[in-house]
Ligand binder design. Structure first.
Ligand SMILES: *[C@@H]1O[C@H](CO)[C@@H](O)[C@H](O)[C@H]1NC(C)=O
Ligand SMILES: *[C@@H]1O[C@H](CO)[C@@H](O)[C@H](O)[C@H]1NC(C)=O
Ligand SMILES: *[C@@H]1O[C@H](CO)[C@@H](O)[C@H](O)[C@H]1NC(C)=O
Ligand SMILES: *[C@@H]1O[C@H](CO)[C@@H](O)[C@H](O)[C@H]1NC(C)=O
Ligand SMILES: *[C@@H]1O[C@H](CO)[C@@H](O)[C@H](O)[C@H]1NC(C)=O
Ligand SMILES: *[C@@H]1O[C@H](CO)[C@@H](O)[C@H](O)[C@H]1NC(C)=O
Ligand SMILES: *[C@@H]1O[C@H](CO)[C@@H](O)[C@H](O)[C@H]1NC(C)=O
Ligand SMILES: *[C@@H]1O[C@H](CO)[C@@H](O)[C@H](O)[C@H]1NC(C)=O
Length: 398
């Protein structure tokens, strides 16, 4: 029996025998006057249901049954003092309101904060209805832009499980984690058009012990972006594309950024993206930090423009006034068993800071071909001493 079917049985038994059998309560959002017609605003019903949930005792399940619910911004915040575990079981389709004036800049459409032991599951859909918002996103051209709402934002959460959830057409990032610990995401379907701006699949910041697995992510920006201050991050069996690939960074834009330490990306397939694995740090910026102990293993690249790229002169707005080198220290980075096809002839770019050269960069069994077999791919290196093992295509830098 799959987990979800057994959960259905559990729900059924809980409904019949109530608390004595299942050691927990179920709060059904339909008890709070939802319309679930996809047109009437159901935000108040969700807020009322959350208040009930958070003020409950013991193990609590918030059930969102099948149906389409139109909702505006929701702040689902703890601490929920007497709740020991909290499950949000979503089977329905949540549609975000499109009026941007209802949202705070930089917040989430649905924001979970300061909760311990949340499980979010059930196969439901979070549809950000981003198409009308994307024209108002000025982030691609301005470094000081107003951030549109992220579909699902998790802030200061401990012990979170997110499993079997779909996120569509977010106005901005799809999932973002800020200061979370012990987070496990799996079986996620994340999708937005290739030309939608800043619709990163998953963004991580200042979080630790986070794993994502068994998911499909195709958007207009990074598949997964690992920002500053993260440690113990594991990404396995993810397919990415379209979009910008898996990235570390951008790092070093602001002063006082924290280090990245411990990233494992394994068994992933990256298709039709502009980059495969990218590590990017800002040139001409104050941030002094380090990013270390990162391993990228068993990665298949299909028609990727820049399959492996370290770029320490990142400056997307052409606004860098001086040519000051990046102050971010990169070290202990392993690329192992990376194969597939590259669209650009420079299949491996290791462009490190001339102020702080990269240290301990290892490439083992890298086999990247060009689509047309007429030319050979090449490597490009600056301020780096890479060490090579096994097969190398492109050939190492001289
Ligand atoms: C939740 O409410 C819906 C609609 O009223 C109902 O169909 C469903 O059986 C309820 N589920 C539980 C577990 O109470
Ligand atoms: C939690 O339980 C304690 C003891 O029963 C009670 O005093 C307190 O009001 C409860 N808190 C909430 C938020 O329900
Ligand atoms: C919560 O559920 C767990 C099993 O998942 C059980 O061991 C525990 O006793 C329950 N707690 C309460 C307060 O019902
Ligand atoms: C999460 O865990 C950290 C470290 O134990 C703790 O400081 C923080 O208060 C916890 N957060 C919540 C919401 O309980
Ligand atoms: C990391 O998180 C998982 C749950 O996702 C937990 O089982 C494990 O104990 C955590 N590990 C550490 C070292 O905290
Ligand atoms: C995360 O969840 C997946 C799927 O349920 C599971 O296979 C994996 O062991 C979990 N990882 C951790 C660290 O708990
Ligand atoms: C990888 O994830 C996909 C779903 O995205 C799943 O169908 C497949 O079985 C997983 N493969 C492995 C080896 O876990
Ligand atoms: C990765 O894939 C390899 C070979 O396909 C398999 O042996 C290994 O168990 C996988 N590892 C994980 C963590 O999925």
């Amino acid at each position: 029996m799959s987990r979800i079917t057994s959960f259905n049985l559990y729900l059924l038994l809980c409904t019949i025998f109530t608390n004595t059998f299942c050691q927990g309560i179920i709060i059904n959002v339909t008890s709070f006057r939802v319309r679930a017609d996809g047109k009437t605003d159901d935000t108040r019903a969700f807020i009322a249901a959350w208040e009930k949930v958070c003020n409950s005792q013991g193990n609590v399940t918030l059930l969102i049954p099948k149906g389409t619910y139109l909702v505006g911004p929701l702040k689902l915040r703890g601490p929920c003092e007497n709740v020991s575990s909290l499950t949000v079981l979503i089977k329905g389709y949540l549609k975000a309101k499109t009026d941007l004036s209802e949202y705070e800049f930089g917040s989430g459409w649905i924001e979970f904060a300061w909760i311990n032991g949340l499980t979010l599951t059930g196969g439901g859909v979070f549809d950000g209805q981003g198409a009308t918002a994307w024209p108002f996103n000025n982030c691609p051209t301005s470094s000081n832009c107003d951030l549109l709402p992220t579909n699902l934002k998790f802030v200061g959460m401990n012990r979170t499980v997110v499993d079997d959830i779909t996120s569509l057409n977010s106005k901005f990032f799809h999932l973002a984690l800020v200061e979370c610990r012990d987070f496990n995401g799996s079986r996620l379907e994340i999708s937005a058009p290739e030309d939608s701006p800043n619709t990163d699949g998953i963004h991580l910041e200042r979080s630790s012990n986070v794993s994502f697995s068994w998911s499909n992510i195709g958007t207009g920006d990074d598949c997964i972006s690992v920002g500053q201050g993260n440690s113990q991050i594991t990404i396995t069996n993810i397919t990415c594309g379209p979009g910008h690939g898996i990235s570390v960074g951008s790092l070093g834009k602001y002063p006082h950024e924290q280090d990245v330490n411990g990233l494992l990306v394994r068994n992933c397939t990256i298709s039709g993206t502009s980059n495969g694995i990218r590590i990017k740090t800002w040139a001409d910026s104050p941030g002094r930090s380090s990013a270390t102990n990162m391993k990228f293993e068993n990665i298949v690249m299909k028609h990727v423009r820049n399959p492996i790229i370290i770029d320490q002169a990142y400056c997307p707005f052409h606004s860098c006034s001086s040519q000051a080198p990046s102050r971010v220290r990169l070290s202990n980075i392993y690329f192992k068993n990376i194969r597939g096809t590259s669209l650009s002839q420079v299949a491996v770019t290791l462009s490190c800071s001339k102020g702080i050269p990269c240290k301990n960069i290892f490439l083992q069994n890298v086999h990247l071909n060009l689509i047309s077999g007429e030319r050979l791919p090449v490597s490009s290196c600056e301020n780096v001493e890479a060490r090579y093992f096994g097969i190398q295509m492109p050939p190492p830098c001289p």
